[in-house]
Write a new protein. Structure first.
Lengths: 365, 132
């Protein structure tokens, strides 16, 4: 075995994925299913029925202590005064220059105990960032990433299916709220959140229950769905993907996430000065939706032109099974960002005609 | 995974299949190739009348996650393109050897036909690729 094979991590559902015929890929150091039968079929199943995703590669931390809220107010750009127990909040942690360390969701269990879910590729970096900045705060951080598994259950039928096997009234859980409860007697943490643009839930479970819960969800009639469909679904819904729409070179304001930048009067948070200013004045470049007029497929990193001038680049692109055409997102200079602007996208040395369109391409939440 | 390798066709190591009739050849990509690519969403076909040398890229095939090329198995002129796959590129996935054919060539160097490989030889190549 070579080094890579020894170091590659597997989720508790690895054997399950193989038995379902998944094609596995290396993603952020993990062996993950990119598809089972077909990316397009899995995408369509989530939009019309329900899909189940293994997202155990993501990070899960517990933050506990007297100063948790003060600590998070210092490192998060969103405002925890808008939060309360049983609710979660989406935010970015930013550098002093306003670019993004990671985007994530934290859930307030009590004012002194929070759960935080972070991107798989940023687990080490985020832990380092949290530890580096908590010195003045009474906060303890526990990393549960490899002790618990995470599953996403998304689609218009997800409420109906899940209600039949869960012991709480799901209609009482509003979007971004969470609960601890049981699915067929296995304890779960369940939040009404998601990354697909459909109604749905994200679950955190202890590793000993993972396979049972996965099977329980599949037996309801949900389709196993891989990272390929996860990407095409989030692209249609225009949700950011770290490393693409946001990164350590792109700010939330540039990425269309100014709404996350909160004034938080009297609170100093990392990146505040830059972001408040950028929000007020507008960023020099903005994230826009892309449509191709000529035939082809938009993909990340392709250059965007207005006539002869290079005006930006594609952050994410692909095929939309719902719209049955290629779609993309790109970062372009503000003066060229109006919807309807005719542009060219450079695809393998050819300039293909396109235009800037409004977003999102799809939302059903 | 059981891939199909129709015995009556000829193949290339670069995953094209060829059906030779007199002076023409019908060409597509193999079942193995369509499976590796995944859901095909766009096929960029050449124009009728274009002339290519053996081994050059004649067609670009875009799937959700990747881009593949169809390399000319024989030198010659494009005399037909499969219009059906323009609006229904998924035919290349579902019927790679029949409805999902891609181009027809009038080949210029019949001696190149001898350089094509058999279904069995191609199968061995795919098995080696899977082991990598």
């Amino acid at each position: 075995m070579d080094d890579e094979q020894v170091n590659i991590k597997k989720t508790p559902l690895y054997e399950m994925h193989l038995s379902l015929g998944a094609r596995m890929v290396k993603f952020a150091g993990w062996q993950m299913p990119v598809q089972y039968e077909s990316i397009i079929k899995e995408h369509e199943a989530v939009r019309s029925n329900a899909g189940v995703f293994d997202i155990s590669h993501m990070g899960e931390f517990i933050l506990e202590g007297k100063d948790v809220i003060k600590f998070l107010q210092h490192i998060m750009i969103n405002d925890l005064n808008l939060l309360k127990p049983s609710k979660g909040q989406y935010s970015c942690m930013c550098y002093e220059n306003g670019t993004v360390v990671d985007d994530l969701v934290y859930y307030e269990e009590t004012p002194e105990k929070f759960k935080m879910i972070v991107n798989a590729g940023n687990i080490e970096k985020d832990l380092q960032w949290l530890n580096d900045h908590k010195k003045d705060f009474d906060v303890n951080i526990t990393d549960l990433s490899t002790k618990r598994s995470r599953i996403a259950f998304q689609g218009p039928k997800s409420d109906e299916y899940l209600q039949s096997i869960i012991d709480i009234d799901l209609s009482k859980i509003n979007r971004f709220f969470f609960a601890y409860c049981n699915i067929n007697e296995s304890p779960v943490f369940i939040a009404r959140t998601g990354y697909t643009g459909e109604k749905g839930f994200e679950l955190s479970v202890d590793n000993i229950h993972t396979n049972k819960i996965w099977n329980d969800l599949i037996n309801l009639g949900a389709t196993p769905a891989g990272l390929g469909a996860r990407d095409s679904l989030r692209l249609e819904a225009c949700y950011s993907l770290y490393g693409h729409e946001i990164s350590d070179a792109i700010t939330p304001v540039e990425a269309g996430l100014s709404w996350l930048v909160k004034p938080k009067e009297g609170i100093e948070y990392i990146g505040k000065d830059v972001l408040i200013k950028q929000k007020a004045e507008g960023a020099q470049r903005v994230l826009v939706g892309l449509d191709l007029v000529d035939k082809g497929v938009i993909r990340g990193d392709y250059k965007i032109f207005k006539d002869e001038t290079e005006i930006g680049f594609v952050t994410s692109g692909g095929y939309s099974p719902t719209l049955k055409k290629t779609i993309g997102l790109g970062l372009v200079k503000r003066q060229y960002s109006d919807v309807g602007t005719e542009i060219f996208i450079e695809i393998r040395n050819k300039l293909l005609k396109g235009k800037i369109v409004s977003t999102p391409f799809y939302r059903n939440v | 995974m059981d891939y199909k390798f129709p015995e009556e066709l000829k193949y290339t190591p670069t995953h094209e299949w060829v059906r030779v009739n007199d002076t023409q050849a019908t060409v597509g990509i193999t079942d193995f190739a369509q499976h590796q690519l995944g859901d095909i969403v766009f096929v960029e076909l050449p124009e009728k009348g274009m002339v290519f040398e053996k081994g050059s890229n004649a067609v670009e095939i875009e799937s959700v996650k990747a881009v593949g090329d169809l390399k000319m198995p024989l030198s010659g002129e494009i005399i037909e393109i499969n219009e059906k796959i323009v609006d229904n590129p998924e035919l290349v996935n579902s019927s790679p050897f029949n409805d999902g054919w891609i181009i027809k060539i009038a080949f210029s160097h019949p001696i190149e036909i001898d350089e094509l490989i058999t279904a069995h030889e191609y199968k061995v190549i795919t098995q080696k690729e899977l082991q990598q």
